[in-house]
Design a protein around this ligand. Structure first.
Ligand SMILES: [Fe+2]
Length: 162
């Protein structure tokens, strides 16, 4: 039987994934406004992936007979000073999500909830992938000067990579 502390944390994670989906969709809109189209598409894709993350937890809670509870989601930032700033923010956000998943896994293990611990393995692997992607983009951005040519170059690079 899944302990209530795990259920509470799973629901917190469910809502965090909702925030992530909104955050990346909002970033996509900003990139579109700035005509950085490949980044706009990339973040739209990221947002869709976050929606899958929402549904996995939603279905898991249903499967174990617990109620998924959707809460108020904070509004994501709308404006960014630069592409670099938003990539740094997205990278920090992913690192924060990794910490939350790790903490959730730790709670599951502490409470001998091996079923949830097993369920979380997919998220742990996913977070490793997400962090690697954002770190790689951050590193590439650090190498270019973000004048018009630099933006075009980096926007083409992301099209071919992700
Ligand atoms: Fe996620």
């Amino acid at each position: 039987m899944v302990q209530s502390e795990v259920t509470t944390k799973l629901n917190e994670q469910l809502n965090l994934e909702c925030y992530s989906a909104n955050f990346y969709l909002q970033i996509s809109a900003w990139c579109h406004q700035k005509k950085i189209e490949n980044f706009s598409k990339f973040f739209q894709k990221q947002s869709k992936e976050e929606i899958q993350h929402i549904h996995r937890i939603f279905e898991y809670l249903n499967d174990i007979g617990k109620m998924p509870i959707l809460s108020v989601i904070n509004a994501p930032p709308v404006d960014f000073s630069s592409l670099t700033e938003l990539i740094y923010m997205a990278y920090e956000h992913e690192k924060n999500i990794t910490n939350k998943i790790n903490s959730l896994a730790q709670t599951a293990i502490t409470l001998n909830d091996y079923s949830t611990f097993y369920f979380l393995q997919w998220y742990i692997a996913q977070q490793q992938k997400e962090e690697k992607i954002f770190k790689s983009i951050k590193n590439q951005l650090d190498l270019v000067t973000l004048d018009y040519n630099g933006l075009l170059l980096i926007d083409q690079l992301i099209k071919n990579q992700y």
